[in-house]
Write a protein that binds this ligand. Structure first.
Ligand code: IVH
Length: 691
C-alpha cells in the first residue's frame, strides 16, 4: 500500500526570463510548503528527503538569480535573517492573560458553579479539555494569509518580537492554506505554545555537553532560551515545534466554539494537539484528565496539566475576564514533578565510552508517584555551575522519561557544614588516571573520562550494550546476567558469549539446566540478526542505530564494510569525517579484527536486510504497541515491522494503521478505541509479520 506520490515537475534548468522564473518559483513554493506541511505538521511525508532537497535547491538557485522574486513566505526565508542587537517590543492587541488553577476535582465543579451563577442559567455547559503544553506562549500575526509577526507573551500586554526565530520552526506555516473561512483581506492573530520535544531536549543537551556549554534544566527552558536568541541561525538549529490553541479574538471567524475553531485552525495548516476533547459534562472533563495523566509518560513532549475551556464563544464573551485571567477557562495542573530533598552523597559511574558521570545519592523522595533516590549531576561543569554541595537541600525534578536530575541547591537552607564535590582523580574501577579531552577550539570537553581501553567497567558496559535491546537483543542476557558471567570469568569480550556451554551456565548460582538451555537458544537465534543491528551492537564511537542503517544500505557484507576506506565512507550521505574516521579506526584495530574473525567462525551471519527501496509487505503501515507482548520482545516486534517496510510510532494518532495490544495495555488502547483504529492482539500480529 505505497503512498500516492504527487506528480513532481523536476527540472534542473534555471529559467532565463523573469516570467518563467516567477511561474516556476510559485510552483516550487507551493510544492515545498505542501511537503513541509505533510512532514512537520501531519508527520506523514509523501516524498523522500532527497526529493525535497532537490526541489529546495532548485528554488534557492532561481531565487539567487532573481532575488527580486524572493517573498517573505518563501521556504528559503525560514533561515537566513541576520542577527539583531535586541528584541523589539510588540504590543498585543488583546492581552495575553494567564489562567487560574484548579487543584482538585472539586475545584472544577466550583468553576462550573461560578460560571452558571454568573450567567444566571442552569443550561448544561460543554467544555474543551486540552493538554496544557509546557513551553512558551507565543502570538503569531498573519496578514492576508502571510506570517508577518511573532511575539512572546512578555508581561501579557507587551511581548518581544521573535518573528525571525518563529519562522525557523518548520511546523509553523509561513502562509496559511487556502480555506473558505479565510476569504477577502484579513488579519489573524493566532496563539499557541512553542516547545521542544523530550528527544530534542536530550539531543540538544548532549550536544551542549560535548561542546562544553551549560545544559538546559528542562525542555521549557530550552524552548524559551532558543526562541529569545538574537541570532535566528542559532534558533534554526534547535528542535522547536508548535501546537496552536486559539486566536486573540475568536469572534473574528465563523466557528462558534473552541472545538470547531481548532478544526478550522487544523485546516489552515497548523498543528493541533490530537488530545483535545470536547466534553459535555464536568465528569467527562475529569475522565479526560485521568486519560491525559495516563498517557503523559508516553507523550513525546512535556505537558504539565490540562486546560479546561468553556466551548461556546458566546458564553466566553459573556463571562469575560478579570485583569489576570478569563472566567471561562481554568488550568488543572498535574501533580508536581519537582520536590526538595537532601543530597546525601555523590557516586561516580563509568560509562561505555569511559565517561565518568557523577550521580547524586538522595534522601528518597516521591515525585509524581515514583520514588527517586538517585539523580544525574551530568558532569563536573554542571556541578560547579549549580554550586552543589554534599549535605545541601536540593530541588530535584523528573520530566517524562528523562532521567531525574538535580536542578539547584536551596542555598537559604545551608548550615555551613556542606561539603564541596570533587571529581575523582582516578577511575573508580581501574584506577587509571582520569582526564578531560581538549576540543578543537581548545575548550575542555564536559566529560571526564577513563581512557584505559582495558577498563573493566568499559568492557562490561560494551558487553551490556552488545547484548541489550538496542544491540543484539539477546533475551535473558540483561545487565544482571552479564555481570554474573563476567564475575565468574565466563565472558571477557563479546565473542566469548558465543562460546558459553550449558554445563558451565547450569552450574552458576540460581541457574539450572532449563535456564541455561534457554539462554543458549536465545544466543543461537541472535546469530541471524540483520547487519545494521550488529553494527549498532558493536558500539563504535559515533555509530548509533541511524548510522548503522545507512552503513547496511551501502555495504552488503561486514567484510565490505571492514575494507572501506575513510574516503569511500565520507562519500555516503550522512557520514561525515569524524564518523568515517571512527569506523575505520574500529575496524583496523587488531584486537577488534580478531574478535570479529572469531564471531564469523561462530556462524554469525551479518546479513543485509531485504532491498530497502522496494515495496515491502508492511510499506505504508504505521504500528503502535501497547502493553507487554508474550512471545516476542517489544524491540524485536518493532524491528520486524521495520524490516518488513512498516513504521512504528510511539503515540496514537489518526495516521496509525495498526494498534497491537498485549497484557496490561494502557491509555493508548483507550485512545485507539476512541479513534476507531484497527486493534490487533498478539496472535493476529504474529500472523501479520509471518507474511
Ligand atoms: S489557552 C487566557 N490552551 O498556559 C489564557 N493555554 O496560563 C488562554 N498553555 O502560558 C490560554 N497549553 O501558553 C491555553 N491548550 C492550551 C494551553 C495553554 C498551554 C499555556 C499558555 C500560557 C499558560 C496559561
Amino acid at each position: 500500500m505505497a503512498k500516492k506520490v504527487r506528480q513532481l515537475n523536476l527540472t534542473n534548468t534555471i529559467p532565463s526570463d523573469f516570467k518563467s522564473a516567477q511561474k516556476r518559483i510559485q510552483a516550487l513554493k507551493e510544492e515545498l510548503s505542501f511537503h513541509s506541511y505533510r512532514y512537520y505538521v501531519k508527520d506523514d511525508p509523501v516524498i523522500s528527503d532527497s526529493e525535497y532537497d532537490r526541489l529546495y535547491q532548485e528554488l534557492i538557485a532561481i531565487e539567487a538569480k532573481f532575488p527580486e522574486l524572493i517573498t517573505p513566505d518563501s521556504p528559503s526565508q525560514r533561515v537566513g535573517s541576520s542577527p539583531v542587537s535586541e528584541l523589539k517590543a510588540v504590543e498585543h492587541h488583546f492581552p495575553m492573560l494567564s489562567l487560574d488553577n484548579a487543584f482538585s476535582e472539586d475545584d472544577l465543579y466550583k468553576f462550573e458553579e461560578r460560571a452558571l451563577r454568573f450567567l444566571k442559567t442552569d443550561e448544561p455547559i460543554s467544555y474543551m479539555a486540552e493538554p496544557k503544553l509546557d513551553g512558551l506562549a507565543v502570538e503569531i500575526v498573519y496578514e492576508n494569509g502571510v506570517l508577518v509577526q511573532g511575539s512572546t507573551r512578555g508581561d501579557g500586554r507587551t511581548g518581544e518580537d521573535i518573528t525571525s526565530n518563529l519562522k525557523t520552526i518548520p511546523s509553523i506555516p509561513l502562509r496559511l492554506l487556502p480555506h473558505p473561512e479565510l476569504s477577502g483581506p484579513h488579519l489573524l492573530e493566532v496563539r499557541g505554545e512553542a516547545f521542544i520535544t523530550l528527544e530534542g531536549f536530550r539531543i540538544l543537551n548532549a550536544q551542549r555537553s560535548s561542546a562544553g556549554e551549560p545544559l538546559f534544566a528542562n525542555p521549557r527552558n530550552a524552548a524559551a532560551g532558543s526562541l529569545r536568541q538574537l541570532d535566528p541561525s542559532i534558533t534554526a538549529n534547535r528542535p522547536l515545534d508548535f501546537f496552536i490553541y486559539g486566536l486573540s479574538d475568536p469572534m473574528k471567524l465563523p466557528p462558534q466554539g473552541q472545538a470547531a475553531l481548532l478544526q478550522s485552525l487544523d485546516g489552515f495548516g497548523f498543528k493541533v494537539n490530537p488530545h483535545a476533547k470536547l466534553c459535555p459534562t464536568i465528569q467527562e472533563v475529569i475522565d479526560h484528565y485521568h486519560f491525559l495523566l495516563n498517557i503523559r509518560q508516553s507523550l513525546p513532549y512535556d505537558i504539565d496539566g490540562m486546560v479546561v475551556k468553556i466551548n461556546s464563544f458566546d458564553l466566553q464573551q459573556r463571562l469575560g475576564s478579570t485583569a489576570r485571567s478569563p472566567r471561562w477557562a481554568i488550568a488543572f495542573k498535574f501533580p508536581s514533578t519537582q520536590a526538595t530533598t537532601i543530597l546525601k552523597d555523590v557516586t561516580f559511574g563509568v560509562g561505555r565510552t569511559g565517561a565518568v558521570t557523577p550521580v547524586a545519592i538522595l534522601e528518597p523522595v516521591n515525585i509524581g508517584g515514583a520514588t527517586i533516590s538517585r539523580a544525574t549531576l551530568h558532569n563536573e561543569d554542571e556541578i560547579k555551575r549549580k554550586d552543589l554541595r554534599i549535605g545541601d537541600y536540593v530541588l530535584v525534578q523528573r520530566a517524562g522519561d528523562v532521567i531525574p536530575e538535580v536542578v539547584k541547591p536551596i542555598a537559604e537552607k545551608r548550615t555551613g557544614r556542606e561539603v564541596t564535590i570533587n571529581m575523582p582523580v582516578e577511575c573508580p574501577v581501574c584506577q587509571h588516571r582520569l582526564s578531560r579531552r581538549k576540543l578543537k577550539d581548545n575548550k575542555l570537553e564536559a566529560a571526564t573520562r577513563c581512557e584505559n581501553p582495558g577498563c573493566p567497567a568499559k568492557q562490561l558496559r560494551d558487553l551490556i550494550h552488545f547484548t541489550g535491546k538496542a544491540g543484539m537483543d539477546i533475551e535473558g542476557l540483561g545487565i544482571k546476567v552479564v555481570e554474573q558471567l563476567v564475575e565468574n570469568d565466563l565472558v571477557k569480550d563479546i565473542a566469548d558469549i558465543f562460546t558459553l556451554k550449558e554445563e558451565e551456565l547450569a552450574a552458576l548460582p540460581g541457574w539450572g539446566e532449563k535456564s541455561a538451555r534457554n539462554l543458549l537458544d536465545a544466543i543461537e537465534s541472535s546469530k541471524n540478526r540483520p547487519l545494521a543491528r550488529f553494527i549498532n551492537a558493536l558500539g563504535i564511537r559515533h555509530v548509533g542505530e541511524e548510522i548503522a542503517n545507512i552503513l547496511e544500505r551501502n555495504y552488503d557484507t561486514l567484510d565490505h564494510l571492514m575494507n572501506a576506506s575513510t574516503e569511500q565512507l565520507v562519500h555516503i550521505e550522512g557520514i561525515g569525517d569524524e564518523i568515517a574516521k571512527s569506523i575505520q579506526k574500529y575496524f583496523t584495530n587488531e584486537k577488534n579484527k580478531a574478535i570479529l574473525a572469531r564471531l564469523k567462525g561462530f556462524g554469525l551471519q551479518f546479513k543485509q536486510r531485504r532491498n530497502h527501496n522496494s515495496v515491502m509487505p508492511l510499506t505504508g503501515f504505521v504500528f503502535v504497541f501497547t502493553g507487554g507482548l508474550e512471545f516476542i520482545s517489544r524491540n524485536e516486534a518493532k524491528a520486524r515491522v521495520k524490516e518488513l517496510g512498516g513504521q512504528v510510532a510511539s503515540s496514537i494518532s489518526s495516521r496509525v494503521t495498526h494498534v497491537i495490544h498485549g497484557e496490561k495495555a494502557g491509555g493508548k488502547l483507550a485512545k485507539a478505541q476512541e479513534l476507531n483504529l484497527p486493534i490487533l492482539d498478539e496472535e493476529e500480529f504474529k500472523k501479520l509479520i509471518r507474511l
